[in-house]
Write a protein that binds this ligand. Sequence first.
Ligand code: AMP
Length: 114
Amino acid sequence: MGDTLFGKIIRREIPADIVYEDDDVLAFRDINPQAPVHVLFIPKRAIATLDDAQPSDAALLGTLLLAAAAYARNEGLAKDGYRTVINCNDHGGQTVFHLHVHLLAGRQMHWPPG
Ligand code: AMP
């Protein structure tokens, strides 16, 4: 699997506004925010897309979602609410092929997302 710019962020080869890190997960602010809070949660062990995830990745995917939820709770975002999104491939709008969870908060979200 090819490297992506998120791999470069993990290795600190390009800068990012990192807001959370543990052994498995890195989280940083989206460079083109779509809400007052827009943070990307990525696994340090890259998976290209959700379609590439295997049963052996179940724990890592859970860790990623729980990290996003904990961040939202700690930042006081959970009561008003927030949205988490995983885009997959072309029709999903995925542009960086290192699986990531978008955390969007700080404004009213709408459905369907368009
Ligand atoms: P997706 O379209 O779901 O693949 O999401 C990729 C996201 O990465 C987009 O929301 C971009 O704005 C964001 N992005 C691209 N380059 C950077 C960067 N250098 N630092 C932070 N976010 C980025």
